[in-house]
Design a protein around this ligand. Structure first.
Ligand code: AMP
Length: 460
């Protein structure tokens, strides 16, 4: 019997069905190590990076215990960002697809309170959210956590970095001591051990990320002077042609500058940094996840919680000062089995940073000669999709099907040319194959949808 098969676990049959439907064939390392104990209600303290399959670990654990007939909140997952909360909720919903009527609610800041209050009145079984907003609901008594059975702290190190320590403790104070507490963290500083001591009971300590062991990532290092780096990024993208790449810079100014300058090289890149309004941030993330932008440039802070399952390459425009952050950056490529590509640029002045990274990884990184890169001739990188902005959303009762129907009504656009459709309250985004981008814009602007005309514009 293979020990890494999900069928060896004592879990409800509905879960085995949804796991099979997701095509998870075998368990990942952390799943093998954590699930047998977690399913016996043991507290777990796990060091695991994004991509290790950690979300499924706690999702399977809490769903296995869930009593669907009892209408009260039985599990809470606290995350550092809205993006991570959404990602976690999506994974839980997928795994719960075979357990009818499971109610999962996200409670995040930056979102209106009204819909959250309405959903809370319907007693969600599972709540996922960010500390500030969860605390707000606890204060106004719209959320009750006095009967929860599972509490998860996801990316706990990030939450501490972001100053959420007090908020987290205030939330935990109102939960029963009998709860199971699961703590996940990519790094393992002293502060994490202290939090664990405070909120966990005899946790099983699991570490799947050995800093010496990142076998599925092809790590390439180029020595380049700072003044030549933008041109170098162009050469790298032209040579490797990654379908999607995330470039890390240490400052927001540099992110913006690089995005602007890459445009002159015919590379459509977008910058993601802390100065963006939530609306702009959503727009950038939607463009990237809909393949309407192939290159995203971000600071470490802005990239937190980003859903990056299909990232073909991570590029470090400059090395991070912190070796752990370096591992965190490059860990975003090569997730769940696919081989990743991590390319870093450095110059002599950054040699100390390189040495720290090598020491941390326990291995030297070979410097590759820049001559190995092919000389780009007329290279242009335009994304495969364009993104359309529609000035109507859920409030106008608009559904994805209405937009898809309007686009495909005349047969000049086929359904496979329509990509992700994302609906917000007051607007919607439609990704569309760039070959029919102009046509789609005309169709959506000139036809009545749900009995009215919407204003539509192209974003990229
Ligand atoms: P996470 O580390 O939770 O962010 O998971 C990374 C990705 O791996 C997600 O897209 C999961 O859906 C996927 N995943 C989780 N467990 C497995 C598994 N056992 N086999 C294949 N993919 C998995």
């Amino acid at each position: 019997m293979k020990l890494n098969l999900f069928s060896t676990l004592p879990v409800r049959h509905e879960l085995l069905k949804s796991i099979a439907a997701l095509n998870y064939e075998t368990m990942t390392d952390i799943q093998v190590q954590a699930l047998p104990h977690l399913l016996k209600n043991r507290d777990i303290l796990a060091q695991a990076r994004t991509g290790s399959g950690k979300t499924a670990v706690f999702a399977i654990g809490l769903l296995n215990k869930l009593n669907i007939q009892s209408y009260f909140t039985q599990a809470i997952i606290i995350c550092p960002t809205r993006e991570l909360s959404d990602q976690v909720a999506t994974e839980i919903r997928k795994l719960a697809s075979t357990i009818p009527n499971t109610k999962v609610l996200t409670l995040c800041g930056g979102k209106p309170m009204g819909p959250q209050l309405a959903s809370l009145r319907r007693d969600p079984h599972i709540v996922v959210g960010t500390p500030g907003r969860i605390l707000k609901h606890l204060k106004i008594k719209t959320l009750k956590l006095n009967k929860i059975e599972t509490l998860v702290l996801d990316e706990a190190d990030r939450m501490l970095d972001m100053g959420f320590y007090d908020d987290i403790l205030k939330i935990i104070e109102v939960t029963p001591v009998s709860r199971q507490t699961l703590l996940f963290s990519a790094t393992y500083p002293e502060s994490i051990k202290q939090v664990s001591k405070k909120v966990q009971r005899d946790p099983l300590d699991i570490r799947v990320e050995s800093s010496h062991d990142i076998p599925e990532i092809n790590e390439i290092l180029f020595e380049v002077e700072k003044s030549h780096r933008i041109e170098m990024i162009y050469k790298i993208i032209a040579h490797y042609e990654p379908e999607s790449s995330l470039i890390f810079c240490n400052t927001k100014q540099l992110c913006q500058q690089l995005a602007t300058e890459l445009k002159q090289y015919n590379i459509h890149a977008l910058a993601l940094h802390g100065d963006l309004e939530q609306f702009e941030r959503d727009q950038v993330l939607t463009q990237f996840s809909s393949k309407a932008c192939s290159v995203l440039i971000a600071t470490d802070v802005a990239a937190r919680g980003l859903d990056v399952t299909a990232l073909s390459a991570v590029i470090n425009f400059e090395l991070s000062y912190d070796p752990e952050l370096h591992i965190h950056r490059i860990g975003r490529t090569g997730r769940a089995g696919a081989k990743g590509l991590a390319i870093s640029l450095f110059s002599n002045t950054e040699r100390r940073r390189l040495e720290a990274i090598e020491e941390y990884q326990g291995a030297q990184i070979k410097i590759t000669s820049t001559d190995t890169l092919s000389r780009p001739i007329d290279f242009k990188l335009y994304p495969p999709m364009v993104l359309l902005f529609v000035n109507g959303g859920k409030k106008e009762k608009l559904r994805a099907g209405d937009l898809l129907g309007a686009l495909t009504a005349s047969d000049s656009i086929i359904a496979s040319q329509v990509g992700k459709i994302t609906l917000f309250d007051k607007f919607a985004y439609v990704a569309i194959d760039q070959k029919v981008g102009k046509l789609a814009l005309d169709i959506l602007s000139n036809n009545n949808i749900k009995g009215r005309k919407f204003r539509v514009r192209r974003l990229n």
